[in-house]
Design a protein around this ligand. Structure first.
Ligand SMILES: [Zn+2]
Length: 322
């Protein structure tokens, strides 16, 4: 999200995802080269590729060092330990609980660094999640059906050579794209496939959203349809085998599948995340029964004395002392 952004000390969370890229060059070119080289020289030994908790431990040491050496006016840090553990072991697993305890320790280290740097009294600390997760045990592969119906062509090596319609997974939900939006034949075939599938609950589809509906929800209006998974299911983009796979331990160990996902509709039950705020400008002991993710931007902007103008969300004034 912050790749190539105008940030003084930028270590963007970006992965090398093209055959000609590698992690070192993509990181250096997308962020601040000297800053990242410095952090890597100091703490690179902590990291083990992208695996957790080592990655967050590296991020924490970089955070502490940056607080001490730069005393930043605004610092944004993304920890993914909890998310990773939930994906691999489940929402309430002991591994997820351990990640929460590690996060608690990390927060303690950040508070300590702020105090040591003499900026704690003037700081506001906000800990927030961008999503929750839900346990699942079934993987839905709509592309298997699209391939069977001749809407996706695959060569001998299993690579897609051409497609008329494709299911792009967001895990808990999925987009259905039609390559040529004027291709009425493909649209009607796709419509029929999806409606037939959604009629039988054992196919794991809870809801089908039309182009118009997904636009109102703020989703990608380039998609033709969107599908929402029933709780316990999630979408993948697999092209082979059965339409639905029951997830077994082997699949999880090989990282083929996960046992908890996100990307579901925000209307799913028991699927909210958290926002904790403390320090300068924050009203003590205020409890906000519910708010939307889109309210965070304008609220935090107000805290910084900024106004984002016309936004989807609103300033949550009950949280603020200003
Ligand atoms: Zn995740």
């Amino acid at each position: 999200m912050t790749a190539k952004a105008n940030i003084d000390y930028n270590m963007p969370e970006i992965f090398a995802n093209r055959p000609w890229q590698n992690q070192v060059t993509i990181s250096l070119l997308s962020g601040s080269p000297l800053y990242q080289l410095d952090m890597n020289r100091r703490f690179g030994h902590i990291r083990k590729g992208l695996s957790q908790p080592e990655l967050d431990d590296f991020v924490l040491e970089s955070t502490v060092q940056t607080i001490q050496s730069k005393k930043p006016n605004l610092m944004l840090v993304h920890f993914t330990d909890l998310d990773t553990q939930r994906h691999h072991y489940g929402f309430s697993s002991k591994q997820a609980q351990a990640a929460l305890r590690r996060h608690d320790n990390r927060l303690g280290r950040i508070i300590h660094a702020l105090k040591q740097s003499g900026i704690y009294e003037n700081s506001t600390i906000i800990a927030l999640g961008d999503h929750s997760a839900l346990d699942e045990s079934m993987a839905i592969k709509i592309n298997v059906i699209l391939r069977r119906k001749g809407l996706i062509d695959v060569n001998k090596r299993g690579k897609i050579t051409d497609w008329k319609a494709y299911c792009k997974s967001c895990d808990g939900s999925a987009y259905l794209y039609v390559k040529n939006i004027n291709d009425e034949e493909t649209k009607s075939i796709l419509q029929k496939i999806i409606h037939d599938l959604s009629r039988d609950k054992s196919n794991g589809i809870e809801q089908v959203l039309t182009k118009k509906e997904l636009r109102t929800m703020g989703a990608d209006s380039n998609a033709y349809l969107m599908v929402e998974a029933l709780q316990g299911y999630y979408f993948t983009e697999g092209l082979n085998g059965d339409f639905i796979d029951s997830i077994i331990t082997e699949d999880v160990n090989s990282k083929k599948y996960t046992v908890a996902s996100h990307g579901y509709s925000p209307n799913k039950h028991n699927y909210t995340t958290v926002l904790l705020a403390s320090g300068k400008g924050i009203r003590s002991n205020a409890i906000i029964p519910s708010m939307q993710l889109v309210d965070e931007g304008p609220t935090l902007a107000k805290l910084l004395g900024l106004d984002l103008g016309d936004t989807d969300g609103k300033v949550i004034q009950e949280l603020l002392e200003i």
